[in-house]
Design a protein around this ligand. Sequence first.
Ligand SMILES: [Zn+2]
Ligand SMILES: [Zn+2]
Ligand SMILES: [Zn+2]
Ligand SMILES: [Zn+2]
Length: 377
Amino acid sequence: MFIERRIGQGTNAVELWRCEWENLAGKPAQKVYLEKIGEEQSLIQEAQSSASDVPAICWSYGRTLGNIAVFSQNLLGQFPGGVGDDAELPCDFVDAGKFRHGAERWWCRTHQTHWGIKADHEALDRFGEMRCANHTQLMHYVVSPFTVNVEDHAEVGIWCSMPAALSSVEIRRRAPRIHVHIRQETGAKKSMDGDFHAISLLYNDKSRLFGNKDITRVNITPPSAFEFVCSLELNREMGCINCSHCGYPHLDLGDFAHKPHRKHFCGNCGRDSTWSQAPIVSTPLKPLHDQYLDSLKYEVPNREINLDEYKHCNYTIWASTPAILWTAQRPQELGIHVHVHEGMTRIIDDTFGEVILDGKPLDRSTLIRSMIDRSTT
Ligand SMILES: [Zn+2]
Ligand SMILES: [Zn+2]
Ligand SMILES: [Zn+2]
Ligand SMILES: [Zn+2]
């Protein structure tokens, strides 16, 4: 038994069929199509109009690849709530060439794994359906995510929010979130100041950020935002390379995001034929961030605070981190953010150049390390 592709009758879909060679005495062997087992998806997604599509962003921790530059906001899947970590998504197979031993190979874009080894064929026989080895893996999701159209506002700032570095009260470990500031006019009050699980960013494509002009949406997920900020802080060599096979902008996560490398494995087509000139960590957030490089300046605020003068209060301390996206002309403040509470009242909420605690100035990079360590990824 083997699997063959064929064009669907009356459709343009590439169908996957289970086939057999029929050897009848005296006749040449003949290929028999036994049954259709699924449809192969094209590498460039067409807009879908199925009713079960919902605008959603999904992500998963512990992966080394991901897709955040997308053609469409819609995903096919089952989402039990508006936000959660228990989304079930169907496999989404694309042709991925052949295994080294010659067998046909597919790539599941949803669960990021190849299909086509013996165990996969056995499972197909048992369940009558192509499912990848990771298909039961539940994913984090947000339905109808907050969407920012960058061009619509005078100033947009986006950060990766992490747990605090130091506090007089307990600091909970948690997943990174996406923090957003929006101002309609320079100097005006913020019209948005909030934390999100994930957001979708739209921009018009004058700037041609990616190889494919149809990509005008980038989903900022917690793993992609977290790795990007860590790479900025730790000065890892970053870039954004498009897959040599399918043109998709490549996102490194996990181990791949920790170590710059030259050979990149594509999360959209499952091929590893893409080489960068120098070792880099690749992320679509890099060109997005670099669009505003001309006006990118950091400024250490000329303010200090001695927390030893607030012994009767509770405090919480974060190192400010570089923004993922900062469209304002003003410099970003790079310092230490402090909240001080006297009883229930927040009496201090500001970013300082120097913070004294127990008679010693705090070191920003040590604070960053503890924020990274407390982030669950
Ligand atoms: Zn799958
Ligand atoms: Zn590719
Ligand atoms: Zn890579
Ligand atoms: Zn604050």
